[in-house]
Design a protein around this ligand. Sequence first.
Ligand SMILES: *Cc1c(COP(=O)(O)O)cnc(C)c1O
Length: 362
Amino acid sequence: MNTLTLHLAHLEHNYKVLRKQLQPKTQMVAVVKAQAYGSATLPFVRRLVQLGVDALAVAYTEEGVELREAGIDLPILVFYPQADTLEALLDAHLEPCLYSRSLVNRFKVLLQQKQQQHYPVHIKYNTGLQRVGFNTTDTAWILEAMELECFQLRSVYSHLAASEAPRPCSLCDDQIMQFEKLKTAYQKACDPPPKFHLLNSSGVFNYPEHQNEMVRCGIALHGFANRPEWDALLKPIARLSTQICQLHHVQKGSYVGYDHGWQAPQDSVIATLPLGHADGIGRHYGHGRGSVEINGQRALIVGNVCMDMLMVNVTNIACKEGDKVLFFGGQSTAADFAKSANSISYELLTGLGSRIQKVIEE
Ligand SMILES: *Cc1c(COP(=O)(O)O)cnc(C)c1O
């Protein structure tokens, strides 16, 4: 059985490491979008609530609604609410991050229709990522809109495009400078001023002096912060394991897998594993890029990854059918495994398929 084991004691460790980087007053928003980065949303969120996290954030309204339905009553920010989900967002008392004039206008009409007052909202600025957000030139318009009775402006934030890049990083410095100017404008215009936040996981380590009143952490809770020296402080929570389902002895010159993806350079032993691209181990791991751990040794993935299975070369590894196989969480981490195929921990973890059983370990 393919198993993703989630070690909640490591979540607690990571939470505490992050908290240690923060001033006592700085709030932590735990980012739990995409099923808490492909882990197990509810056990993960419940542990964070126990640990005292200040708020949660998801990408889309539907994710926040699921958390409410499970009884989670912390503030929940929705980073990328889509206009046609605003009513559901309101019904679940989720807090939208508003990133355009049309979204502010749509939400205003809805709040007024439903006779809502002082509804908590957040304003997202684009300071250089060019993804979503108001531009800095929109501030006068936003300030005027936020004076309406229906809104309560809780926070103003932006997102760095390369928070893990070695300092000094001129593009990050430019984003930070723009954000500082925004802060001054809001501090002058609003009484009380909203909270400000700029940093994700890597940012907490790289720019601690810019933690402001809040930070937004996702991947670091899972044990990664995009640089070896920060990763060393954290503990990965996930381990992906399976077992050998069949061994084949193949002769020199024979081909293995679809499209004859690998040809045995010598008489070889091939182990077939019951995970494939439908499980999130994509074809980019094939052809010797990805490797797994079997009985303490590394076995390279050979040829093309299939939908439900893949093959590894175990010619020089003592092993038998049924032996345990680790994709990550042993000698190598999810970040290492992802890197072997030019990917990142985020993509690997959030892409793991629903056929993988999740097991919570305390
Ligand atoms: C996903 C996301 C985060 C979390 O980033 P990590 O690198 O996982 O800490 C923070 N802020 C925003 C706006 C995001 O979309």
